[in-house]
Design a protein around this ligand. Structure first.
Ligand SMILES: Nc1nc2c(ncn2[C@@H]2O[C@H](COP(=O)(O)O[C@H]3[C@@H](O)[C@H](n4cnc5c(=O)[nH]c(N)nc54)O[C@@H]3COP(=O)(O)O)[C@@H](O)[C@H]2O)c(=O)[nH]1
Length: 546
């Protein structure tokens, strides 16, 4: 389905009416809401998967450390006298060599460290502080943060019986490494799930924040750009009962610094503007119009208005012309020229016209039934006129009503000369069935003298271009004089359309008193309710006068 250049240009003009507010709303939505939120969620998803790796790596390392510590603490000296002996050192050293996360192993007695592989036999046994935690199994744990006097580093250490084992600084380095790779907003806590004690807090995160994150229920809200929200993940190792809770303290866009945020804001504005431009392009194209026209036809949104036709000599309304109207909430009042032409080009005119005719008959049947001299003129495109079953459709449409076929005037305008033959055959057929054929827009385009002779119409409507030319000294004016002369000899009802002024009315009344007039001088097109009120009023005035 295509639309020709002329219709397309009309569509462009029509769509200029699309409200500015819809563009503004789209711009605000895409620049300030959609893309920032999308980006935020993408960064969160990326960080969420990173958080998982981060947690699992740290937990795996911690589990290995746990295992190596446990193993080291099994090196108990059975005989207290052999503590720190040559043999004892040999055994202890074997463990250090075997387990790379064990930095040092030594011996303790009565809360004092006597010796260690790295430090040898201490001159004066070192008094150990009270342990930070004592597990149910009797394992002592010293966090040893900032207590370099115990060892040459701040590594935590464990003790059981007469053995003490220090975690190597290598592990601490690994831990710090994991904690600080790529982002400083990750961190967590390593803890024993059964004993409920903390081995280590790591990363760029305070214990307060961790406790807050721990208590935060799992919710989708955690993923939204709301301050004080975290994404967190917890992993536990079933064998050592060690768990790790890792959190990302700054989510998505909150992660970015000002320069990145400013660049992003500019990018978003540009994307928003691009979307608005694309949307505008889409809106101004014919696609939307075609969709809306199809919908309008399907949903019976194309409705009739009626413009009265009057006898010139006494201004009596003898009938009406039904004119299609389409008011679209977005496009506004769409000109019939535009949607009728489009419907013709898109092959929708049959459906449109059939529904329109049914509507007209539904609205006007009382008037037509009550006054058999009253007629309704219906505009027909050549497509529907030449449609083989059109006469059957008309018959069915009139079937429920008591309306004479000669109350139906079929106005024919031809915009091309390609199907003259079939048009004249169809109109002949319809006029044989009793319908009245009117030759519309006489004098213009293809509605000319040739048609007058081929169609043998009941009525001839002189185009408003001639009607309105009376004051001007133009070619149309001379043509009008010719038309006026010609109709004196024709056995045809003449309608002057487009009468707008008193002068025009007076001239046609004088020159062609038996003719019919139609135009804004008398009435514009109107909805059925208004028409019925006018008809009712003129009827009662006539009754009064009689
Ligand atoms: N196939 C169909 N064509 C239809 C149908 N409904 C309308 N049309 C055709 O669309 C063209 C434009 O129609 P519209 O904008 O409704 O204009 C009509 C009148 O409003 C207008 N008119 C009437 N009086 C005056 C006037 O004094 N001055 C002035 N400037 N314009 C006036 O003229 C149009 C009616 O013309 P016509 O049909 O030639 O009698 C038009 O071509 C319609 O035919 C439809 O359902 N099907």
């Amino acid at each position: 389905m295509t639309i020709n250049a002329h219709t397309f240009i009309s569509l462009l003009n029509l769509n200029n009416r699309v409200y500015f507010s819809s563009y503004a709303a789209l711009f605000i939505f895409s620049s300030l809401i959609f893309f920032p939120v999308l980006l935020h969620l993408i960064i969160i998803l990326y960080h969420s998967s990173y958080l998982k790796d981060y947690g699992l790596e740290n937990l795996t390392t911690a589990t290995q450390v746990q295992f190596q510590i446990k193993q080291s603490l099994t090196i108990q000296a059975d005989d207290e006298n052999t503590l720190c002996s040559k043999e004892d050192f040999k055994r202890l050293r074997e463990f250090i060599d075997k387990y790379h996360y064990i930095g040092d192993v030594g011996r303790i007695q009565d809360g004092k460290m006597l010796c260690s592989v790295k430090q040898g036999i201490l001159e004066r046994p070192l008094e150990l502080p009270s342990p930070d935690i004592i597990s149910k199994e009797g394992t002592l744990f010293w966090n040893n943060q900032n207590k370099k006097d115990i060892n040459d580093n701040t590594s935590p250490f464990f003790g059981r019986g007469n053995t003490v084992a220090f975690i190597s600084s290598l592990y601490m380095k690994d831990f710090e490494l994991y904690s600080h790779t790529s982002t400083s907003h990750f961190g967590g806590i390593l803890y024993s799930s059964n004993e409920n004690f903390v081995y280590k807090v790591f990363g760029d995160i305070s214990l307060n924040t961790i406790n807050h994150a721990k208590d935060l229920p799992d919710s989708i809200l955690n993923y939204l750009p709301i301050p004080n929200r975290f994404i967190k993940r917890t992993f536990c190792d079933g064998i050592t009962d060690t768990c790790i809770l890792v959190i990302n303290r700054k989510l998505g866009l909150y992660r970015l610094g000002y320069p990145a945020l400013i660049s992003l804001a500019i990018l978003n504005l540009l994307i928003g503007a691009l979307i608005v431009v694309l949307y505008g392009h889409y809106r101004s194209g014919p696609k939307l119009f075609i969709r809306q026209l199809k919908q309008a036809i399907k949903k019976d949104k194309i409705t009739p208005e009626y413009q009265p036709k009057l006898q010139l000599f006494d201004k009596k309304i003898i009938g009406v012309e039904a004119l299609a109207r389409w008011h679209d909430p977005r496009l506004g009042q769409v000109p019939p020229d535009l949607f009728i032409t489009s419907a013709e080009e898109l092959g929708l005119i049959n459906e449109l016209s059939r529904k329109f005719i049914l509507k007209v008959l539904g609205e006007l049947h009382d008037q037509l039934e009550n006054d058999s001299s009253f007629s309704v003129s219906i505009n027909l495109s050549s497509e529907i006129l030449t449609e083989p079953n059109f006469h059957l459709f008309l018959r069915d449409a009139l079937e429920p009503y008591n309306i004479n076929v000669n109350q139906i005037i079929l106005e024919i305008t031809e915009r091309t000369s390609s199907n003259n033959k079939s048009m004249s055959e169809s109109s002949k057929h319809l006029s044989e069935e009793g319908y009245l054929i009117s030759l519309d827009d006489f004098g213009t385009g293809f509605s000319n003298l040739e048609w007058l002779s081929t169609l043998e119409p009941y009525e001839l409507k002189v185009d408003k271009m001639f009607t309105q030319s009376i004051e001007a000294n133009t070619i149309q004016n001379y043509s009008l004089l010719g038309i006026l002369k010609m109709i004196e000899y024709l056995d045809v009802v003449v309608v002057f359309e487009g009468i707008e002024t008193e002068e025009q009315y007076q001239l046609f009344r004088e020159k062609a008193p038996t003719a019919i007039g139609q135009g804004w001088y008398f009435y514009r097109s109107m909805p059925i309710e208004k028409l019925l009120a006018i008809l009712e009023k003129s009827h009662s005035e006539k009754m009064k006068a009689a």
